[in-house]
Design a protein around this ligand. Structure first.
Ligand SMILES: [Zn+2]
Length: 243
């Protein structure tokens, strides 16, 4: 009797350990920028042309938009802004301001929750509510979705795909720590290659450093012969190689 109970306990412990390992594995899998189980994903574009896409996540909030738009204007470059629906509603008019300056808008969910392990209806709602807001701001056909924190497994890519979107992640991410602007710029410049998608967060925590680092990044990219374009422009180059 005792032996049976011990064996049962041991099996339960093994099963629990296996579940923990599986959960950790899936959690890690959910944040890999260049791997996704289903649906169309782009973390960069395969090309030998010196072209990169600048992407700006979160917001829009006035301080962030008022900081980054003039810098982009000064450098004469266009970028792609992934906006959060809830925040768009808090600051009406800001999305339109970005759009009117010639930049591209993408969908970054409605609430910016981690969208893993939720109900299918939640994924749909997160995509569709922001989709409706983007359309109301004048985006005729929004097609670019960036998952909050880059996290996704199966349910979110499914909903993104069903709504006619493509998932866009990145292959070059800004450094998280606030170093000096030169170090911030160098971190990005050392990692770019033809077809890269660069991720920056100009709205909150990194706003201050980006205000100083962006001119260095733009100058560095131009010096290396790179053009800066929107994600849609970059995707259109997919597979284009020089003879
Ligand atoms: Zn975000």
């Amino acid at each position: 009797m005792r032996g049976v109970r011990l064996r049962l306990l041991r099996n339960l412990a093994i099963a629990a350990a296996a579940l923990v390992v599986l959960a950790i594995g899936l959690w890690r899998l959910s944040s890999l920028p260049c791997f996704q189980l289903i649906g169309e994903l782009h973390c960069r574009v395969e090309t030998d042309q010196r072209v990169v896409a600048l992407t700006f996540d979160d917001g829009p909030v006035p301080e962030g938009v008022d900081m980054i738009l003039p810098l982009l204007e000064r450098e004469q470059v266009k970028g792609t802004f992934f906006l959060v629906g809830e925040v768009m509603e808090e600051h009406p008019g800001l999305a339109r301001k970005i759009l009117d300056a010639g930049h591209e808008l993408g969908n970054h969910s409605y609430t910016h929750r981690r969208l893993v392990g939720r109900l299918p209806a939640t994924y749909r709602e997160e995509v569709e509510r922001t989709d409706a807001l983007l359309r109301a701001e004048g985006v005729a056909q929004p097609t670019l979705f960036r998952p909050p924190y880059g996290r996704r497994l199966v349910g979110l890519p499914w909903a993104v795909d069903a709504a006619g979107y493509r998932t866009i992640t990145w292959d070059v991410e800004e450094p998280f720590r606030l170093e000096d602007p030169q170090a911030y710029a160098d971190h990005i410049l050392e990692r770019v290659k033809p077809g890269s998608i660069i991720l920056m967060h100009p709205m909150y925590y990194h706003r201050e450093i980006i205000s100083k680092a962006f001119p260095i990044i733009a100058a560095g990219l131009k010096e290396r012969g790179y053009r800066m374009v929107t994600v849609s422009e970059l995707l259109a180059l997919e597979g284009e190689m020089r003879e």
